[in-house]
Design a protein around this ligand. Structure first.
Ligand SMILES: Cc1ncc(COP(=O)(O)O)c(C=O)c1O
Length: 389
């Protein structure tokens, strides 16, 4: 194969110098404080075998979708899944994408138009940023979870715009790196009062928050106020894929203009069968139990952090994501390694994935973590914090 161009080699070397080189490693066979499998669904044999039974019942034996959903790939399970989601989540329609990344890129790359404005939380996920970059609207960030800052920016940037200009406001209901949440009700009121379109990414809330784990938009009854929300199936649902929830017209628009929906092979039937069965499982008593155990673990984790006097290191969060700020890629990397060496899979998050000075250990909690594991991992963290001063 041809050699890597010098400019690219230099970029890689710089990454190494900055202690931010990314490597592919096989998952560590350690106690899981890293995966997004918050409810343990990815390891559920029941979901696995139910998906297989569903395929068998429907006589589906194909290995792949064979094409884009607009050509040969729109197999019958899609309709079933999208109707189930829309009805269960109280929205007019759902459109399934291959991943949350594809959903966000497809939405933000096609919906906001030239002359429109997009205001996004400064900690918004990379997939949303990438989507915005693909579109032609003007975009501005606002301070994290800061409605007053958003109001100021809207006022200064959008003053005097005509009715034809659409304004889109984007947030996450649980932030992927900080684990915290905006005041969605206030944000939604602000958008309704001003005729702005609110978009909420629920990737880390679906399965965890709200009645039966239906997310924060449902918890607050905001389905009618929100323009669109994005749910993903690769986290608490333990499988893969995503859906955009919104009006029937929005669905029609995305089917026609979202390039990441159109120009890609559809998810195969077994992926959709798995999502259907994972969603049914979430709605069952097993889902309730898993969510209860996760909640207990979050409360337990927070109480132990408090007892060990570690509160000041952690970003306040009531979600499964608990981040301990340890500035500096080198420091956070070496503390993570010390914790991994004694059996706990806790990952460091380096800058520039998070802002410089906000490097962190990101503890992802699960329904299946034991109290003993939580206690022990925090003990080691506490010891290391003392050592590093
Ligand atoms: C907030 C948020 N949105 C979207 C995504 C992308 O979802 P997926 O992993 O399904 O591509 C992620 C995944 O990390 C996320 O955290």
């Amino acid at each position: 194969m041809a050699k890597l161009p010098l400019k690219l080699k230099a970029k890689l070397s710089k990454r190494k110098e900055d202690n931010f080189i990314r490597n592919l490693v096989e998952p560590l066979d350690l106690m899981d404080f890293t995966s997004n499998d918050y409810l343990g669904f990815a390891r559920s044999k029941t979901i696995f075998s139910n998906a297989f039974k569903l395929l068998k019942k429907r006589g589906i034996t194909s290995n792949g979708a064979t094409g884009s959903r607009l050509l040969s790939g729109n197999h019958s399970l899609y309709k079933e899944l999208e109707e189930t989601l829309a009805e269960s989540l109280g929205v007019p329609s759902a459109l399934v994408f291959g991943s949350g990344y594809a959903a966000n890129v497809g939405f933000f790359g096609s919906v906001p138009q030239r002359g429109d404005f997009v205001f996004f939380d400064e900690l918004i996920h990379a997939s949303i940023r990438d989507g915005i970059k693909m579109g032609n609207a003007k975009s501005y960030k606002f301070k994290h979870n800061d409605l007053e800052d958003l109001k100021d920016r809207c006022l200064s940037k959008c003053n005097g715009t005509t009715d034809e200009v659409e304004i889109y406001i984007v947030t996450e209901s649980v932030f992927s790196m900080d684990g915290d949440s905006p005041d969605l009700r206030k944000l939604s009121n602000f958008c309704v009062q001003n005729g702005f379109n609110l978009i909420v990414d629920e990737a880390h809330a679906i399965g965890v928050f709200g009645e039966m784990g239906k997310g924060k938009v449902v918890e607050l009854g905001l389905q009618k106020e929100v323009f669109a929300s994005i749910i993903t199936f690769g986290k608490a649902l333990g499988c893969h894929g995503a859906a955009i929830l919104g009006s029937g017209e929005l669905k029609d628009y995305l089917v026609n203009f979202a390039r990441s929906f159109i120009y890609t092979t559809a998810l195969p039937p077994h992926s959709i069968a798995t999502i259907i069965e994972a969603y049914h499982y979430l709605m069952s008593s097993k889902g309730v139990d898993s969510r209860e155990r996760l909640k207990e673990n979050i409360i337990y984790f927070k109480s132990r952090v408090n007892l060990k006097g570690l509160d000041s290191f952690f970003i306040p969060s009531y979600s499964a994501i608990q981040s301990c700020i340890l500035p500096g890629n080198r420091q956070v990397g070496s503390i993570a390694k010390n914790i991994q060496d004694v059996g706990f899979d806790v990952k460091p998050i380096f800058s520039p994935t998070v802002p410089k000075g906000k490097e962190r250990l990101r503890f992802c909690l699960h329904s299946f973590n034991t109290k003993k594991e939580i206690e022990k991992s925090l003990e080691i963290l506490s010891y290391n914090l003392n050592v590093y001063g």
